[in-house]
Structure formats: structure tokens, C-alpha cells
Design a protein around this ligand. Structure first.
Ligand code: HEC
Ligand code: HEC
Length: 391
């Protein structure tokens, strides 16, 4: 950890001196770099969730996220695995609730506006992603009846439910209460946006047209950025303000076979998505026109890719080790070493185009790591719930 902090600091200091301007960027490079912002990226409310952006729902969702009573045995909450001070993950290889699960716990920061959720994209909305951990035996092992009864019978929770949704929790329809719970939790998770980084400030300096002497971005970070958008082609997948296209690829980074079987990834994610009652084509999408369900309709027609996983964001990586869907890669440098031996650009090629390994030198690998560290910030915008009463 200490080494990461040093490099992070070095990325944020010392550019304004005699070394300013080396390396400079071409106009084409600057255009590409500007695509990774602005930050925070503007986002509109989630049309599938009628309480998206609603202050009462956000407060209710904050309570629920940390409430262990939602789990069947009363001992696990969402916050047990998505820990605020660990950038909303757990720093474990694989998540552990009632038992160990098959995959690494991703952060719940910066998810607003994503198309797919989970490493395999088995959910098509932030709220529907919350159903699985509640019901999964290895995570919270609850039932719709259990969570609905908790909210109905706890005076504070039912008061908050009523404030958020305008009606009390249904006394008979457990599933509708379950959906209300995950929609409030989603409204809370939408507020988790990471702070501005050294990179974001540098990008803004470029956008303003500041001269290189005014850039607060170290030489190694600049060189690393050039590789990222140049010969590394990292930005073909880690694109946009959140450094992810949100799509699915196989990179060979993860190999763990849970219980001796390869993780089917996206292929199985599509199957689960289509089978789910909670997808955007189902009865709980609050956009009655279903205009937000277009992609879900499309994936039911395209076969999903075996062994493909969602491209993760690269923001706040310093805080989220270990890496990859199987959580077996311990450091950012190890991830970069993996890519240094392959041709990332060829990972896109479905036509079997021949791959030429990147063969990054040791120095280039370090530069790339220092650039990736410039995408992190220790500034966690979350403030704990104030414990106020609802009446
Ligand atoms: C046992 C640990 C554990 C618990 C408890 C847990 N999660 Fe997760 N969470 C995970 C893991 C592991 C994944 C990756 C799942 C996958 O890809 O199959 C994940 C994925 C997610 C994602 C998708 C993130 C992304 O990048 O697509 C969201 C959102 C999420 N969880 C929210 C929640 C909420 C809300 C709760 C509580 C209702 C919760 N989680 C409880 C471990 C946990
Ligand atoms: C073809 C798309 C693609 C390209 C190109 C690509 N990545 Fe990735 N990247 C992914 C996917 C998919 C994962 C998750 C893989 C897994 O765990 O199985 C990933 C994972 C990562 C992770 C781990 C993040 C985490 O939270 O676990 C880092 C770091 C990373 N990539 C950096 C890079 C860098 C640096 C480059 C360029 C040298 C690059 N990537 C090029 C798709 C890509």
C-alpha cells in the first residue's frame, strides 16, 4: 500500500518545473484524452426506478444498505461486502457472506447510468442487481417474505418506506415490497460517486488549453497515459469518464474455476438476465413505455460470449485490490505485467487477427502503473447516516 501512495503523490507533483512539456501530446491525443471526462459525468435519473434521485428514498436506502436484519440470519448486510472505507468493496479475493461466493466483490461506486451490472451483466438495472445478494444462500440468504416482514413490522423502516413511495408497504405482496427495498437501495447507491483525481484536474487543464508549464501531471504519468491511449489500446475497452465501455470481453486476466468448472461469464449472465422477473422487460420497470429495455430485448437475440466479463472501471483502483473477476491478481503492477505480455488490441478481434504481444519494457510498465494511480483519490464523498427518526 505504501508504495502505491508514493507513486500517487509523484503523479500529482513536480510537473511545473524544468521538465514541463515532456512528453507533449498531439492534437489527436488531446481529443482522445478529453473523452475521459468531464468528471463527475452528468447523469439523468433512472427511468426504471421511480424513486431514483428521491431524497427520502436515498435516506431509506442508506439505512437498508447497512441493516443486517435484512439477511436471513440477521448477520450480513450489503455493507458487509461493500465496505465504505474500502472503496465499497472488501479487499478479499472473493466475497464472503453466509459462505464464500465465486467472484471478487466489485465496488458500488460510480455505477449510475450503467447498462449492465455484475461481472457477467446478469442484471440490467441497479435496483434489480440488489435482488440476488438478498436471496442468494451464500450472500444474505433471505426470502421475499423475510425482508417484507422486516419492513412492515419495523416502525422506522415502514415509516421510511411510506415516505419514499407515498404508500405503506403492501401487507400481502412480498415481492412488491422486495422491489421497493432494492429500488431505495439503488437510489442510495446512485449517490456514490468518487471524487476528482489528479487525472481529472490535468484533463481540465488540457480542456482549457493551459500550457504544459501549468499541467500538474508528472512525466511518468504522461508517458503512461500515452501508452494507455496509444500502443496499449487500453481505452478501447476502458473508455469514457468512468474508464469502462460497460461491455464484455475475455482478457485472460482471471482463470479461477469455481468448483472445478470454468466460470461461463457473460454467456450465463445473459441466460439469467432473460429468465429474471426483475429485468426491464418485466412488471417492475417504472417506465411503462419500456423505452429503456431496448438493449435487454437485443441481448436475448445475441448469444453471450463464454468466458467474457464486464470491463471494470479503473477509478480508485489503488483502494480496491485484489483485481480481476477472480480476485487473484494482487497489485496493479501485476495486472499491467499481464497486459504487457499480450496484445490488448487483439482482444477485440473476433476474426482471429494475429496478435503481437505489447512487450512493454519495465519502465513502460511503471509509467502505466503511475498513470493508473492518477485515477485514484482517497476522498470518499459518503457521510454516514445521521441516525434521525422518521415520523
Ligand atoms: C457476500 C458479499 C456480498 C454481499 C452481502 C453483497 N454483495 Fe454486491 N456484490 C458482491 C459480488 C461478489 C459481486 C459480483 C457479482 C457477480 O458478478 O456475480 C457483487 C456485485 C454487486 C453490484 C454490481 C456492481 C457492478 O460493477 O456491476 C451491485 C450494484 C451490488 N453488488 C450491490 C449490492 C447490494 C445492494 C447488496 C445488498 C442487498 C449487496 N450487493 C450485497 C458481493 C456482495
Ligand atoms: C478488450 C478489452 C480490454 C482491453 C483492450 C483492456 N482491458 Fe483491462 N480489463 C478488461 C476486462 C474485461 C477486465 C476484467 C477481466 C477479468 O477479470 O476477467 C479488465 C481488467 C482490468 C484491470 C483490473 C481492474 C479491477 O478492478 O479488477 C485493470 C487494472 C486493467 N484491466 C487495465 C488495463 C490496461 C492498463 C489496459 C491496456 C494495457 C487494458 N486494461 C486493456 C478489458 C480490457
Amino acid at each position: 500500500m505504501a508504495a502505491c501512495v508514493c507513486a500517487l503523490l509523484s503523479a500529482s507533483t513536480g510537473a511545473a518545473g524544468s521538465d514541463a512539456g515532456k512528453p507533449a501530446f498531439t492534437d489527436a491525443e488531446i481529443k482522445t484524452i478529453l473523452l475521459h471526462g468531464p468528471w463527475p459525468a452528468p447523469a439523468s435519473p433512472d427511468s426504471s426506478n421511480r424513486v431514483s434521485g428521491n431524497a427520502d428514498a436515498i435516506e431509506f436506502g442508506t439505512r437498508l444498505f447497512f441493516d443486517q436484519r435484512l439477511s436471513g440470519k440477521g448477520v450480513v448486510s450489503c455493507g458487509s461486502c461493500h465496505v465504505p472505507e474500502r472503496n465499497w468493496t472488501d479487499n478479499l479475493t472473493r466475497g464472503i457472506g453466509m459462505a464464500e461466493v465465486d467472484r471478487n466483490t466489485p465496488t458500488v461506486m460510480n455505477l449510475r447510468g450503467s447498462q449492465w451490472y455484475g461481472w457477467d451483466g446478469a442484471a440490467d438495472s441497479l435496483w434489480s442487481q440488489g435482488v440476488r445478494p438478498l436471496l442468494d444462500e451464500r450472500e444474505m440468504a433471505a426470502s421475499p417474505r423475510h425482508v417484507a416482514e422486516l419492513v412492515r413490522n419495523d416502525e422506522q423502516l415502514s415509516c421510511r418506506y411510506r415516505k419514499a413511495f407515498g404508500t405503506p408497504p403492501s401487507p400481502t405482496d412480498d415481492e412488491s415490497v422486495l422491489v421497493g427495498i432494492v429500488k431505495a437501495i439503488a437510489a442510495f447507491q446512485e449517490t456514490l460517486i468518487s471524487g476528482r483525481t489528479t487525472f481529472d484536474q490535468f484533463r481540465e487543464a488540457l480542456a482549457r488549453g493551459d500550457p504544459p508549464s501549468a499541467w500538474n501531471f508528472s512525466e511518468p504519468a504522461r508517458r503512461g497515459l500515452k501508452i494507455f491511449i496509444g500502443k496499449g489500446a487500453c481505452n478501447s475497452c476502458h473508455s469514457g469518464p468512468n474508464f469502462t465501455s460497460g461491455e464484455f470481453f475475455s482478457t485472460g486476466l482471471s482463470q479461477f474455476k469455481p468448483r472445478g468448472k470454468a466460470d461461463p461469464g457473460r454467456e450465463d449472465g445473459v441466460r439469467q438476465l432473460i429468465a429474471s422477473r426483475f429485468n426491464l422487460l418485466g412488471p417492475y420497470n417504472d417506465d411503462s413505455a419500456r423505452t429503456n429495455a431496448e438493449r435487454t430485448r437485443q441481448v436475448s437475440l445475441e448469444p453471450g460470449g463464454a468466458g467474457e466479463f464486464k470491463v471494470p472501471s479503473l477509478r480508485n483502483l489503488v483502494l480496491t485490490a485484489p483485481y480481476g473477476r477472480d480476485g487473484r491478481v494482487e497489485t496493479i503492477a501485476d495486472v499491467v505485467r499481464h497486459y504487457a505480455g499480450i496484445d490488448p488490441a487483439s482482444l477485440h478481434a473476433k476474426d482471429g487477427r494475429s496478435a503481437k504481444p505489447l512487450n512493454l519494457t519495465k519502465r513502460e510498465q511503471t509509467d502505466l502503473v503511475i498513470f493508473l494511480e492518477s485515477l485514484s483519490t482517497f476522498n470518499n464523498p459518503w457521510r454516514p447516516d445521521d441516525g434521525g427518526r422518521c415520523d
